[in-house]
Ligand binder design. Structure first.
Ligand code: NDP
Ligand code: 8X3
Length: 251
């Protein structure tokens, strides 16, 4: 018997979000699957009737609250929010970046999580029942060339999750940040490189990276942890990936 019934997954039309929605639905959860591309969400619904598709742009504060009010009655009490929608744009050094791309990352990866959390968390606290899982990244912990604003948005996600934990002290509501490293078989790098699929594929060439299913299994496990236990923070890398160390420019 699952402790939680209704799960909202953002960014469910591809990658981690789609794998999470599928696995949770197969395991008896009712899943509200949100993303901008409805046709992709409908492919998911076809595979499992526990998935309810919802066209959602997490950056659009007004439509987030309207959509939530319009949910069918049996889905209104959201027990789990998985803030997964997110993106990176480019790997250029900061001095060559486009300001509008920086703003899109901030809007999606930071404001998107704020819009969703602000709309859903109060009802969890009121019912003293709920779980927020946020998708951070190793990019939020470890700097790399071209990671500039993307990494900074993920550092926000990590610290926001820790601060949520602090504010939720004395309630039964849990919060976890998952920080994956190199993960293939998602659209992440295709989006990052503006549809250059060859460049995207090269990121994962000759590696065994983390898969969306690995992340989905991690989420399934988190939801099964006992009520007294909160996993605060999970950094997950494939075995083939590790730290680069500090660099020194020599004369
Ligand atoms: P994908 O590009 O495969 O999926 C991203 C999802 O986010 C899509 O479903 C997309 O759907 C959705 N999305 C993007 N913008 C919005 C928006 N404004 N409103 C609603 N949905 C949106 O990426 P991943 O599955 O790889 O990434 C998922 C999360 O995990 C992201 O937060 C990413 O930063 C993080 N991550 C990814 C890693 C990786 O290597 N793949 C590693 C570490 C973290 P649509 O376009 O239909 O709206
Ligand atoms: C995605 C991982 O290393 O491409 O968050 O930034 S990385």
């Amino acid at each position: 018997m699952n402790q939680y019934k209704t799960v909202f997954v953002t960014g469910a039309s591809a990658g981690f979000g789609a794998a999470i929605a599928k696995l949770l639905a197969q395991n008896g959860y009712k899943v509200i699957a949100g993303a901008r591309r409805r046709s992709k969400l409908e492919e998911l619904t076809a595979s499992n009737s526990n998935i309810y598709p919802i066209e959602l742009d997490v950056t659009d504060e007004k439509s987030v609250s309207t959509l939530l009010n319009d949910l069918p009655d049996d889905l209104k009490n959201i027990d789990v929010l998985i803030n997964n929608a997110g993106l990176a744009l480019g790997t250029d050094p900061a001095y060559n970046c486009k300001l509008n791309e920086w703003k899109t990352m901030v809007d999606t990866n930071i404001n998107g999580i704020l819009n969703m959390t602000n709309a859903i968390l109060p009802s969890m606290v009121k019912r003293n029942h709920g779980y927020i899982i946020n998708l951070g990244s190793t990019a939020g912990c470890w700097p790399y060339r071209g990671g500039n604003v993307y990494g900074a948005t993920k550092a926000f996600v990590e610290q926001f999750t820790r601060n949520l934990r602090t504010d939720l002290s004395g309630t039964a509501v849990k919060a976890t940040v998952i920080k994956p490293g190199l993960c293939g078989n998602t659209e992440f790098s295709n989006v990052r490189f503006h549809g250059d699929d060859k460049k995207a594929a090269a990121v994962y060439q000759d590696t065994v990276s983390i898969s969306p299913e690995d992340i989905a299994n991690t989420v399934l496990w988190l939801l099964s942890t006992p009520p007294h236990m909160n996993v605060n923070d999970m950094e997950i890398m494939p075995v083939c990936q590790t730290y680069g160390g500090l660099s020194v420019v020599r004369n």
